[in-house]
Design a protein around this ligand. Structure first.
Ligand code: ADP
Length: 295
């Protein structure tokens, strides 16, 4: 199997995770139980997952010129991701997510920071790299105009684009048309296709629209009819990052030249393994683990 070259254009961040019995009320201070920092961001998560699965991964992103930025870069490198196009910027802090895990409910504040510097112009700087890729992956934690420009560039240079439309927002038709693969979960698909019956959307975009359905697996239309490729039954520890692992694994397999069906089975296997471990990146499997699970 050839080692596919994949560029991931996207976000990176440091998740600052506090556990506390309960969330503070307005104006209140409470004592928490623990604090951890965990590298995250959909772009970085997908880059790390694809590298663990054996792809030659190049991340295109921005971090702040700060200690979190260094940690984000070191974590990408430690996972074998090429970071030549991860730029430290001086006028923005690294992206952060401020997470309170409480017994009753959780809350998250995301500060995009340097992820807003992943502009269309910055993506164009990476054009020499992008031209030589088998696949380009992007998500929606970078500016909207970057997603549009990337879709156009992919059309011009003839490299397929895998767009994971998360977090959900509406998309110009042009982006939907130009993307080779779109991978919303059911909630994101509902927003993307605004009340349109999802079976109709699936048949409008055969072999392109891949709707993930959690433990049930993934649904798509193969040109003849709707198909559900079931996921694998596992003991769930933490579903954070399931979608990121799914995208990375599907991207790796399809860029290697595996068929749609094989690629979706590979993606389900990788994503199902990811939910058996804690944290987004913590549970992401290696190639060997996925292949053992498919044998
Ligand atoms: P997201 O994490 O983006 O919300 P989903 O919940 O649809 O997306 O999960 C993405 C993929 O992860 C699914 O298509 C499936 O392959 C896998 N997955 C998620 N949850 C489970 C689970 N409980 N058991 C097995 N596989 C799962």
């Amino acid at each position: 199997m050839k080692k596919p070259k994949i560029a991931v254009i996207g976000s990176s961040s440091m998740d600052l995770v506090v556990t506390s019995k309960r969330r503070p009320l307005a104006g209140e201070t409470v004592l928490g139980e623990s604090f951890e920092t965990v590298p995250g961001g959909k772009g970085a998560n997908q880059a790390v997952a694809a590298a663990r699965l054996g792809a030659d991964v190049h991340m295109i992103g921005c971090v702040g010129d700060d200690s979190y930025g260094n940690e984000i870069l070191e974590n990408l490198k430690a996972n074998g991701v090429n970071t030549g196009y991860v730029k430290p910027v001086t006028h923005q802090k690294s992206g952060t997510a401020h997470i309170i895990l409480a017994e009753e409910d959780n809350s998250i504040v995301v500060v995009k920071g340097a992820n807003d510097c992943v502009t269309p112009d910055y993506v164009k700087e990476a054009l020499p790299l992008l031209k030589g890729c088998d696949l380009i992956m992007i998500q929606q934690e970078v500016p909207e105009e970057t997603v549009l420009e990337t879709a156009r560039l992919c059309g011009e240079i003839g490299v397929p684009l895998l767009l994971n439309p998360a977090p959900a927002r509406e998309l110009p038709d042009e982006v939907i048309e130009k993307a080779a693969y779109l991978t919303p979960n059911e909630h994101e698909a509902g927003i993307l296709f605004k009340g349109l019956d999802l079976s109709k959307a699936l048949s409008d975009y055969p072999d392109k629209l891949l709707i993930t359905e959690g433990a049930a697996g993934v649904r798509y239309h193969d040109g003849n009819g709707e198909q559900l490729i079931p996921s694998f039954s596992v003991k769930v520890v933490d579903t954070t990052g399931a979608g990121d692992t799914f995208n990375a694994a599907f991207g790796t397999a399809i860029a290697e030249g595996q068929s749609m069906k094989e690629s979706l089975r590979f993606a389900n296997r990788a994503a199902s393994l990811s939910v058996t471990g804690f944290g987004a990146q913590g549970g992401m499997p290696t190639r060997d683990e996925v292949e053992r699970g498919l044998a």
